[in-house]
Design a protein around this ligand. Structure first.
Ligand SMILES: *[C@@H]1O[C@H](CO)[C@@H](O)[C@H](O)[C@H]1NC(C)=O
Length: 496
């Protein structure tokens, strides 16, 4: 009896472990692309999930799942990226079709990075756990994007397809366009119906749903749609679940938007009906994008954990089973910070650790953030200019903000990657730009103060001025020389 029970338990476990793409295959609408930095989406998948490239020596390594069908080996990333920066270089297609996503090339709308290529995502921007095991999502800052213009097996013309993606419902903006799906192979806008992709955000130029957003909509090119011809679809709600499941699917003159909480419950259909006028038939081209529009518009932000593209129009029942699988994966938040504690409620100083500058502290002169030599014999005013009260992050309470000691109500924030001290104007932009997630110092001392909204960037002193800098990049303050030292600060007691 004992052996028999064990066998039954084993078989039950094997059935429960069917991945999202096993479910789509059972439904007759197989995955033709499957992307995730957090887990394998087929129960038998043992290949790489994604690759990371580190700043210290430019080398790249693949991150696999811990087991077939399992969660990503985040510890392998942490070890490879220790004491340096890492970016996600490639998100592998698990479907076997080779539809991998890599750094998006220049398009009709060029990226700000060198050569017009979009930026790559920080490897550590979106830590989470799945069933208690750590993994990292793909945190898309404005300017970041991934693409594949030469795919295999993705729908073209008016052919049917479906998508789902698991996203962070608290990370969005109104820029164009945080998309995942089917786009132009030329990376240029080739007209209405040349795209079909999940969109998530608060862009209101075209369609909208109820409330202030964000909404799940579809980017069909030359427009984001919440339904058919009407701008407002009152059936498409504002949805801000920390983890959300977004679904878009389309077939000849029929399409749907569905969504739900990725941590519990079922999917709800937000739109089911005919195409907007001018979108029947569709003219899909079959390229794949993540985090950008079809023409490489890259002003949007959002976080992607997993998603697929199917061949054929999945049934609601199939998607409902996929939703149950996602809920069972148990996505959860985890700490956004590391290194010495930077405690909310404390008042601190931030001392530079670069050899040139170990008596310098982050201070401000008016709105300008700089470093100053501070000692106990300076005036109270000078000492207060280099003292900061740590408060819960204005844009994300899992991180922190630094309130000026001499100007209460003003905070360190970045604008165009330059640090400033600005009064809190109450806007989402200000709050996000004033939110920082302290990490263990890259040079082994103190903390590296990562920008929440741009996790490839951190507080840096450069010529005694404060920036958020990346380890290499278009600006002089992104210089790789001395980067680890310049971004490491010892957080100590405040001067005043
Ligand atoms: C603080 O005092 C030291 C001398 O003790 C001086 O070198 C430094 O310039 C002063 N800092 C400022 C910001 O005036």
């Amino acid at each position: 009896m004992f052996r028999y029970s064990t066998l039954v338990a084993f078989c039950f476990a094997a059935i429960v472990a069917a991945g999202p793409c096993d479910i789509y295959a059972s439904g007759g609408t197989p995955c033709v692309a499957a992307h995730s930095s957090t887990r394998a989406l087929f129960s038998a998948y043992t290949g790489p999930l994604y690759s990371v490239t580190r700043g210290s020596d430019g080398t790249t390594t693949n991150i696999n799942a811990l087991s077939a069908g399992g969660v990503a080996n985040a510890a392998a990333q942490d070890s490879f990226c220790a004491r340096t920066t890492c970016v996600i270089t490639e998100i592998f297609d698990q479907s076997g079709k080779g539809n991998h996503l890599t750094q998006a090339p220049p398009g009709g709308f060029n990226g700000p990075a060198s050569g017009g290529f979009d930026n790559l995502a920080a490897a550590t921007g979106a830590p989470v756990t799945l069933n208690g095991q750590k993994a990292y999502g793909v945190f898309i800052s404005p300017g970041t994007g991934y693409r594949n213009d030469a795919t295999n097996g993705i729908a073209t013309g008016d052919a049917a397809e479906g998508f789902y993606a698991v996203l962070d419902g608290t990370h969005f903006n109104n820029g164009c366009c945080f998309d995942y799906g089917n786009a132009e192979t030329s990376a240029h806008d080739t007209g209405a119906g040349h795209m079909e992709a999940i969109y998530f955000g608060t862009e209101t130029t075209w369609g909208i749903g109820t409330g202030n957003g964000p909404w799940i909509m579809a980017d069909l090119e030359n427009g984001l749609f919440s339904g058919s011809n009407a701008k407002l679809n009152s059936g498409d709600p504002t949805i801000t679940d920390r983890f959300l499941t977004a679904v878009v699917k389309g077939e000849a003159n029929n399409w749907e938007i569905r969504g739900g909480n990725a941590q519990s419950g079922a999917l709800t259909t937000f739109w089911s009906g005919v195409r907007p006028s001018g979108y029947n038939p569709m003219h899909k081209e079959g390229a794949l994008i993540l985090g950008i529009g079809g023409d490489n518009s890259n002003s949007a932000q959002g976080t992607f954990y997993e998603g697929v593209v199917t061949s054929g129009f999945p049934s609601d029942a199939t998607e409902n089973s996929v939703q149950a699988n996602i809920v069972a994966a148990k996505y959860a938040t985890t700490s956004m910070v590391s290194g010495p504690a930077v405690a909310v409620g404390s008042t601190v100083s931030l001392r530079a650790t670069t050899a040139c500058c170990t008596t310098r502290y982050i201070a401000h002169t008016g709105a300008t953030v700089n470093t100053q030599i501070i000692t106990s014999s300076n005036s109270t005013a000078i000492k207060q200019s280099a003292s900061w009260t740590v408060v819960a992050g204005l844009g994300n309470s899992a991180c922190v903000s630094f309130e000026s000691r001499d100007t209460p109500g003003s905070y360190i924030r970045h604008i165009n990657f330059v640090l400033m001290v600005n009064a809190d104007d109450g806007t989402k932009q200000m709050h996000e730009d004033a939110t920082f997630c302290p990490q263990a110092g890259l040079n082994g001392q103190g903390n590296t103060i990562q920008a929440w909204g741009y996790p490839t960037r951190a507080f840096r002193h450069f010529s005694n001025v404060g920036y958020i800098a990346s380890n290499g990049g278009p600006d002089t303050f992104d210089a790789t020389a001395l980067y680890n030292d310049d971004v490491s600060f010892v957080v100590g007691a405040a001067f005043a």
